[in-house]
Structure formats: C-alpha cells, structure tokens
Write a protein that binds this ligand. Structure first.
Ligand SMILES: Nc1ncnc2c1ncn2[C@@H]1O[C@H](COP(=O)(O)OP(=O)(O)OP(=O)(O)O)[C@@H](O)[C@H]1O
Ligand SMILES: [Mg+2]
Length: 339
C-alpha cells in the first residue's frame, strides 16, 4: 500500500508538466457550485443573480489531450488574455468556440479548466434550464446569463448541449425562433463589446447545429475533443486512482493499452468498479486490500467502451457532409487510431 506521501507524489506525477503545475491551484469542486442570491440592494427584484466562482480546475486536472490543450492555449486563451495584441494585427479576438466530440471525453471538463487557466469566471448555462413554458421567460433568462458574463469579466459563458438551441431541424415542439434570435443577437453584440468574455458551446451532435451559429463572430472556432489515446488513458487512469490505495507495482500502462475506445468517463467508471471490488474484498477479510490488477481486470469484464458508436456516426458525416473541412480532425483521428 502507498504511504500518504507516496500517494501525494503519485498524484503530483500526473498533474501535468512542471510548467502546467506552476501556478496551478489544487483541484476543487467548489467552482461547480453556483450560488444564487437576490441582486444586492434590490430586495424586491425577482431576478436571481449568479455569483460565479473562478474555477481552480486547470489543464493539469485533465488527463492527456495535449493537442487540444495546446490549441486552446493558442487559439482561445491567448486572444482572450491579450485582445489588444490581436486587435493591433487586425485579428478579431471575440467570437465563440464550439467543442464537439463523443460523450464523456472531457468537453465540459475542458471548458471549466479553460476558465481556470485564464483565471476567468465560469458561467455554465444548461439550455434545458433556460427553457420555460411562459412566454418571454426563456429569452429573459438567456439575456440574464449574457448580462452576468458582461458584469463579471473576465468570464467564460459555457453553453452545454448547444444543439438543443441550435438544431437546424427545429420543429414546433422545440425552442422558439425568438430564443434563437435572442442568442444570436447577444453573441453578435460581443463583436462590439466582447473584451474579456468568451462563449464556449459544447455538443455531441455538431451535425445538427445550424450553420448560422458558425458564422464569423459566433461559434467561428470549432474544436474536436477526441476519445483519449493511450497516453491520455494512462493519465486519466492515474488521475482517477491518485487518491486510492494501490497495490505495489500495479502496471497501469497495461490497462491503458487495452482500453482503446474507452471515454474518460468510461475509464472513471472502470476505476470506480475496481475500487468497489477492492472495498468488497477488504470488507470480506476485514483488512484493507488495495486496488490491484485483479480488480481492474474484473472491472474490465463489466465496463464497456462507449465511443465507437459516436465515431461511426461522425465518420459518416465526415465522409459525406464535411462542409469546409469541419470534420477533418475526426477523419485524421479515425485514420490514426482505427485502422
Ligand atoms: N481527459 C480527462 N481527464 C480526466 N478525467 C476525464 C477526462 N475526460 C473525461 N473524464 C472523466 O469523465 C467525466 C465526464 O467528462 P465530461 O463531462 O467533461 O465529458 P463531456 O465530453 O462533457 O461529456 P458529455 O458529452 O456527455 O457532456 C469527467 O467528470 C471525468 O471524471
Ligand atoms: Mg459535457
């Protein structure tokens, strides 16, 4: 079993490169908690104002995905932090970023960590929370989220499952045209007054997102968040196991090698399952039994990878509807990893 110090050291090893660790605060869940309270000095106001923490999660907490992190640093954080520099070169710094990829591969985590890296407020908005059956309410809630972002610069406004709003196959049962136009108007407004505000959208189904959402100044940068490769899987497994008692000499590399197709969430599930088995063993013999190869192997029998279905669908869109190279990164990933 690892000693306390050994565990900390093991955890530190997987918290990214030294450069990433420098200035990186310890991970915390506190940023996920959004407190709602009445607007100060305006007790009669029915309006709830979010007080949003700056996430302490950074890229060091996200396993692997080095290429994606580098893209985010260059294309997202740099223009966000230095709008003046970009303006000097007549390069716009505003506009939004659309992250897409299979479920459970770190889009939400990366968005939050981007705020952590940029030391910005993080304002997550679930479209489903915005939707309201009362006329005009959804529009008001949406406008309020944008107002929050303007008030709390630097801020990142994060729209998860953006397809709920941006679907091109909108039918009468879906969100109304006026909500969509409120959203697009708010985003267009940032081209004049968007310093210190970044809008990130995430979706598993980029192919249903209306191209109007990808016009310049809207979600004009698109980022594929792929399933973790072997290096990333090793990093994720290690992150997930960092605080747990581990059997001496446990070779995680071997499990990283045999989990192709697993998403980050699948790997987290795998580790949870192995940990449960270790707890059962410990309870049976009344002695702490650390997580071992046997537990992980047994867990592998239970947990199945979930990314292949998404990749099969994405491959079809990439082959037959690859508008202006939108899915080139998907094709490159499939070429590299699935042959
Ligand atoms: N790269 C990673 N490093 C560490 N943990 C990860 C990573 N990717 C995924 N996970 C784990 O999987 C969980 C789900 O990740 P996340 O919510 O970011 O995925 P997502 O891409 O937003 O999924 P969805 O499309 O379902 O919203 C995380 O809470 C984390 O436990
Ligand atoms: Mg998500």
């Amino acid at each position: 079993m690892l000693t306390e110090a050994g565990r900390d050291e093991a955890a530190a090893r997987w918290r990214g490169t030294p450069a990433e660790r420098d200035g990186g605060a310890p991970p915390s869940d506190s940023a996920e908690v959004i407190r709602l309270f009445g607007a100060k000095g305006d007790d009669n106001s029915p309006t709830l104002r979010r007080n949003v923490a700056r996430p302490t999660v950074t890229f060091a907490d996200v396993g692997g995905l080095e290429h994606v992190k580098q893209q985010i640093r260059r294309k997202i954080i740099a223009p966000f932090e230095k709008p003046g520099l970009f303006n000097a070169f007549r390069k716009r710094s505003g506009g939004g970023v659309l992250m897409y990829g299979p479920p459970g591969c770190g889009k939400t985590m990366l968005a939050r960590a981007t705020a952590g890296e940029a030391k910005a407020h993080f304002i997550p908005v679930a479209i489903t929370d915005i939707l309201d059956k009362y006329f005009g309410e959804s529009e008001r809630k949406l406008a309020e989220a944008f107002a929050d972002a303007r008030r709390q610069r630097p801020s990142i406004l994060f729209f998860d499952e953006i397809e709920a709003l941006a679907s091109r196959r909108r039918s009468s049962g879906d969100v109304g045209a006026s909500l969509v136009s409120t959203f697009l108007t708010e985003m267009d407004g940032f081209s004049a007054d968007g310093d210190g505000i970044l809008v990130i959208g995430a979706t598993n189904t980029p192919w249903v997102v209306d191209s109007a959402f990808r016009r310049p100044g809207r979600f004009d940068r698109v980022l594929f968040v792929p399933p973790p490769d072997q290096t990333a899987r090793l990093a994720i497994l290690s992150l997930c196991l960092a605080q747990r008692p581990l059997a001496a000499g446990l070779n995680l590399q071997r499990f990283a090698a045999t989990t192709a197709g697993f998403s980050g969430a699948d790997l987290a599930h795998l580790v949870d399952t192995a940990v449960e088995l270790a707890i059962e063993d410990s309870a049976d013999i009344d002695t702490l039994t650390p997580v071992s190869r046997r537990h992980l192997e047994a867990a592998l029998q239970e947990v199945r990878p979930t990314t292949s279905e998404w990749l099969a669908t994405a491959r079809n869109y990439a082959k037959f509807a690859n508008e202006s190279g939108l899915y080139d990164d998907v094709l490159a990933f499939i070429d590299k990893h699935m042959k």
